[in-house]
Design a protein around this ligand. Structure first.
Ligand code: BES
Ligand code: MN
Ligand code: MN
Length: 463
């Protein structure tokens, strides 16, 4: 039997133990955005470092100003030919609210059947603990069968991806020599469908901003003060309304600088994808595409920038009614970025746009919620071709080169700071409910995901 087949058979024979290890990881309540879970994040990092050391990858928990990173290097990396890869995943998860909508405890993972398929439930089962483990379990199988990996492998696990990666840039800069490898492998994206593998060649960047507008020095009676007193909700609503024109385009000056039209080649590939925009909208109870006029639903999600309002506060929103003029109003806003849009330049342009619209006797404060550039790679890039071939062998279907609307801040920083490209291969599905109640990961995604990485590592070791 070839080594590849032996390792694949080992994966199959040990799936139950792999699933137990997934449960163990999902049980950690590693919610990065909530300071109450800081110790849990620390423990998760320690658990992962120990698991890596067990499979021949020397790893340590590395402190940052926020939650720690886990960095590891396989013991015999020096003796390898082929590319040296850095695998990235994140061990932190999103908050679980609204808890009442969960059918199972988010941190007590269960293997169960949903819509006729076997799944593992739990917060982080898909984003990103199950995904991260597909790679670790592939390494574990090589370690068990051969005692070594086909190529040199280093690991970086982050604990702040879901909270804007505040410690990432300083960490990458401080550890540049150690982390700059030939290629990053990232498992934090989805497939096209349950049996249709994908490599993500375009991923949007993200600019996160919160604005807080303050008018009067306290909340006011809206009869006694209404008229002369500035209303921060009115000011905020006008600013938000100004941010888009009637064609759905963002009006911040310079916003579209660096936005690129799709190359004819990519456009042809995307047009050929079996993607049904109407069905995509119907699934979420909608039928009329919003956003920029003149683009397909697929392009709007995957290749166009946006400016979306994610939350708004101000005044009285409890039961009943209260005649009040608030002192403050706020909004959380995220812009998805594409092409060569520059996040920091856009942050400055956004803030100027807002300041220009705030009256002189009112004030505005800005809170930074992260800034990361978009990612794109030509489908012709040789490692992608090898990855695609390996995926095809596992899934018996052509791997699609896709765009994805979500963001993984590190991918842009890998390029900017470490000058390293990333191959994004993930096994999540649109119906995994990531960030929502009842998150799950298909057992099929997990099992074939592990097998896929076994094949990708093998493929990358060949000329
Ligand atoms: N894994 C997701 C991003 C993703 C989801 C990519 C689906 C492709 C398909 C990631 O964990 C995520 O949620 N990113 C956030 C970034 C933010 C919190 C800084 C996002 O996209 O909103
Ligand atoms: Mn993720
Ligand atoms: Mn996420």
């Amino acid at each position: 039997m070839s080594t590849l087949d032996a390792v694949l058979s080992h994966v199959d024979a040990n799936l139950d133990a792999s699933l137990e290890r997934m449960k163990a990881l999902v049980r950690f309540q590693s919610i990065s955005t909530d300071p109450a879970y800081q110790q849990e994040c620390q423990k998760t990092a320690e658990h992962l470092a120990k698991e890596l050391n067990d499979i021949g990858i020397e790893a340590a928990v590395r402190p940052t100003a926020g939650h720690p990173m886990v960095v590891g290097h396989a013991k015999d990396n020096e003796n390898k030919s082929g590319p040296h890869v850095l695998f990235y995943g994140h061990y932190d998860v999103q908050p679980v609210d609204p808890l009442g909508l969960w059918e199972t405890d988010p941190f007590d993972p269960q293997i169960t059947e949903r819509h006729g398929v076997q799944v593992m439930t739990g917060r982080g089962s898909s984003d990103d603990k199950g995904q991260l483990l597909t790679f670790m379990e592939a390494c574990r199988a090589y370690h068990a069968v051969r005692g070594t990996l086909p190529i040199a492998v280093s690991i970086l696990f982050e604990g702040e991806e879901e909270s804007g990666s505040p410690s990432l840039v300083p960490f990458l800069k401080e550890n540049k020599a150690e982390l700059s490898k030939d290629l990053a492998l990232v498992c934090d994206t989805t497939m096209f469908g349950p049996s249709s593998p994908a490599i993500t060649t375009m991923l949007r960047g993200l600019l996160g901003e919160e604005i807080v507008i303050t008018a009067a020095n306290r909340d006011l009676h809206s009869g006694m003060y209404g008229g002369p007193a500035a209303n921060p909700i009115k000011i905020l609503a006008n600013i938000l309304a100004d941010l888009h024109d009637d064609q759905g385009r963002v009006t911040i000056p310079g916003f579209y600088d660096g936005v690129e039209e799709l190359s004819a080649e990519v456009k042809a590939q995307w047009d050929a994808l079996p993607f049904d925009g109407a069905a995509f909208l119907a699934d979420i109870g909608l039928s009329l595409p919003a956003g920029e006029a003149g683009y397909s639903v697929y392009e709007l999600v995957n290749a166009r920038p946006t400016c979306e309002f994610n939350g708004i506060t101000g005044g009285y929103s409890g039961d009943g009614f209260k005649t009040v003029i608030a002192s403050k109003a706020s909004a959380k806003i995220s812009c998805r970025l594409v092409g060569k849009q520059e996040p920091l330049k856009l942050r400055a342009a956004f803030r100027t746009f807002v300041r220009d619209r705030v009256p002189n006797d009112c004030s505005v404060d800005f809170i930074d919620h992260g800034a990361s550039p978009a990612h794109s790679l030509s489908p012709d890039y040789p490692p992608l071709q090898k990855g695609a071939q390996a995926l095809k062998e596992e899934w018996k279907q052509e791997a699609l080169m896709m765009g994805m609307g979500g963001s993984i801040p590190i991918v842009g920083e890998f390029k900017d700071i470490l000058d390293m490209d990333s191959m994004l291969i993930g096994f999540g599905l649109d119906d995994d409910n990531i960030h929502s109640p009842n998150e799950k990961y298909n057992i099929g995604s997990y099992h074939k995901g592990i097998r896929s990485w076994v094949r990708v590592l093998d493929a990358l070791s060949r000329d």
